[in-house]
Design a protein around this ligand. Structure first.
Ligand SMILES: *[C@@H]1O[C@H](CO)[C@@H](O)[C@H](O)[C@H]1NC(C)=O
Ligand SMILES: *[C@@H]1O[C@H](CO)[C@@H](O)[C@H](O)[C@H]1NC(C)=O
Ligand SMILES: *[C@@H]1O[C@H](CO)[C@@H](O)[C@H](O)[C@H]1NC(C)=O
Length: 291
């Protein structure tokens, strides 16, 4: 083989390995238990996960690799019955003191009372951007689709296809946006009765243990992150380039209408309206359009 043929083959191989930067990850091939493995399990064909909380401990999984941008889907059936004091979490996070994080957390409640969906985002180590919602369905009766859509223009939290929150990229105006470090994906079920139930008012009723949350069809249609990679490299590595596509850079007017419906009817806390907390000095993104 001549040198040019070898170079050609090397080029083909590098193109093929770049193509794989868009991966479809599921529990069995891409996650591991980082906590409470003794009483939790991956079931079925690797597409079902059960997390358990009892007096011995909670439990959790995390993805083996990090991702930068993508659409991260999780179907969740929350702890039924008296779940007060339990928190089921599903989030993306990097590590270190300047870490980024995108959160979905589900705060349990006593039987018949509504769960709270708690959302937050950390940029460069700073959170304090909470928004909370009630749900328009019983999240313990069936699986529902909680998807985080993260691209260079914006982050969108979706529930069953309805956007509930948007955090847009206003980096050019000095507002940090998570786009420089990869994040791993985590799910966990834990005892947060010192925090979740109105500041610890209600304690977990252990007579209802074990508490079980079920997860299904985790998919990270996302760009692999194996260390510092530039955004353009990451995006151009993708065969479809879909997260930079204009249709993902802004919600359609139909989606905006859905989000307005959710926020008008089900939002129960918005940090941007908490004037007392910030002493009137509202975070800068609160003055920007977030849709
Ligand atoms: C879950 O919701 C996301 C965002 O709307 C959507 O792209 C995805 O197709 C949904 N998945 C399922 C299994 O319905
Ligand atoms: C539980 O239900 C009560 C009564 O409806 C509600 O005030 C509270 O916000 C709910 N959520 C939690 C986590 O306590
Ligand atoms: C974190 O962000 C909040 C809201 O934007 C702000 O009030 C606070 O000063 C920030 N804290 C730090 C340590 O930057």
């Amino acid at each position: 083989m001549g040198t040019s043929q070898v170079l050609f083959i090397a080029l083909i191989i590098s193109v093929i390995s770049f193509d794989q930067s868009l991966v479809e990850a599921k529990f069995s091939n891409s996650m591991y238990f980082n906590w409470g493995a003794h009483h939790s399990s991956i079931l079925g064909n690797g597409d079902d996960l059960q997390l358990v909380l009892d007096k011995s401990s909670g439990s959790g999984v995390q993805s083996k690799r990090g991702f930068l941008f993508g659409s991260i889907q999780m179907l969740i059936k929350l702890v039924p019955g008296n779940s007060a004091g339990t928190v089921t979490a599903y989030y993306l996070s990097s590590t270190g003191s300047k870490h980024d994080e995108i959160d979905f957390e589900f705060l349990g409640n006593v039987s018949g009372q509504p769960y709270i969906v708690h959302t937050n985002i950390y940029t460069q180590g700073n959170g304090s951007k909470e928004q909370q919602f009630y749900l328009w369905f019983d999240p313990t009766a069936d699986f529902h689709n909680y998807t985080i859509h993260w691209n260079p223009s914006q982050i969108v939290w979706f529930i069953d296809g309805l956007p509930i929150r948007v955090f847009r990229n206003y980096e050019s105006e000095g507002i940090p946006f998570p786009n420089k470090q990869g994040m791993r994906i985590y799910s966990s079920l834990w005892n947060a009765d010192n925090w979740a139930t109105r500041g610890g008012l209600v304690k977990i009723d252990w007579t209802g243990a074990p508490f079980i949350a079920q997860f299904r069809m985790f998919r990270a249609r996302a760009c692999k992150w194996d260390g510092p990679v530039s955004i353009s490299q990451c995006a151009s590595n993708s065969p479809a380039n879909w997260w930079t596509s204009p249709i993902y850079s802004k919600l359609s007017s139909g989606k905006m209408g859905q989000m307005k419906w959710v926020r008008d009817n089900y939002m129960i806390y918005d940090y941007c309206k908490d004037i007392k907390r910030f002493n009137g000095q509202m975070p800068p993104e609160c003055y920007k359009q977030q849709f």
